[in-house]
Design a protein around this ligand. Structure first.
Ligand code: ADP
Ligand code: MG
Length: 239
């Protein structure tokens, strides 16, 4: 399938990341190349320690590569000044973590409002509370919610930054099977109905069936890259 009519929003070129030096050097990423297209569900599959989180953190501007480049909408993020990088993280990227990373002292609504970008939509907090089915929970604290509800808050929070790209690092990793599936349905809905661009990192190979495109990562390298012509719906994925 050709990508001629798709908009490439992110290009990763020959990305390397090492931790430590000499004998203790770990090459977490060892020459990664990939393109992300607008509106796709992209899956990064790999076992623990393969470099998935490192790759996602680089894409999200949370950490800098040792060498190589990441170009977002035509601009290399490695050349951003501090302020541009902060804006990139805040306005272009939404991050969803395995462990939700909500602020325990803030209510659901406050967690979301804290990072909300109301420029294009003054009601973005309310809209995303509603989208994630959280309106009745908005005055609760994270500890009063189930894991699945907390992850929906994290998704609503990420969406309320009005990002171009949603990065999800093992979003179902801390959830039971049914709840994990619910979260995958939500992420799928964001791509299929709301035309968001979503990257899901997972170590579960069945989840990769959901992706429009998939890469397998091992020892910091891409070992396989393929396209699913007919991605399997979250509903029908079993693992
Ligand atoms: P994954 O997310 O696929 O489990 P990571 O990207 O977290 O893999 O890690 C890739 C490799 O880099 C592993 O060997 C890990 O131990 C190492 N690593 C990751 N972060 C650091 C760090 N901050 N310091 C040292 N080594 C790290
Ligand atoms: Mg990881």
């Amino acid at each position: 399938m050709e990508n001629n009519n798709k908009n490439c929003i992110l290009q990763v070129r020959d990305l390397h990341k090492s931790y430590g030096t000499g004998d203790s050097e770990v090459k977490a990423l060892n020459g990664v190349n990939l393109d992300i297209y607008e509106g796709e569900l992209f899956v990064i599959l790999g076992s623990s320690g393969s470099g998935k989180s490192t790759l996602l953190n680089m894409i999200g501007g949370m950490d800098a590569p040792t060498s190589g480049s990441i170009v977002f909408r035509g601009r290399e993020i490695g050349k951003f000044k501090d302020r541009e990088l902060t804006n990139y993280r805040k306005n272009s990227i939404g991050f969803i973590f395995q462990s939700f990373n909500l602020i325990g002292e803030l209510t659901v609504r406050e967690n979301i409002a804290l990072v909300a970008n109301t420029k294009n939509n003054p009601n973005i907090v309310e809209d995303n509370l509603k989208l994630m089915g959280l309106l009745e929970k908005k005055n609760k604290y994270p500890s009063q919610l189930s894991g699945g509800q907390q992850q929906r808050v994290a998704i609503a929070r990420a969406l309320s930054g009005d990002p171009d790209l949603l990065l999800c690092d093992e979003p179902t990793g801390a959830l039971d099977y049914e709840t994990g599936k619910q979260i995958l349905r939500q992420l799928e809905k964001l791509v299929r109905e709301y035309h968001k661009t979503v990257i899901i990192v997972t170590h579960t190979k069945e989840i990769a069936q959901m992706g429009d495109r998939v890469i397998s990562v091992k020892d910091g390298r891409i070992t396989e890259m393929y396209e699913n012509e007919n991605p399997v719906s979250a509903e029908r994925v079993n693992w």
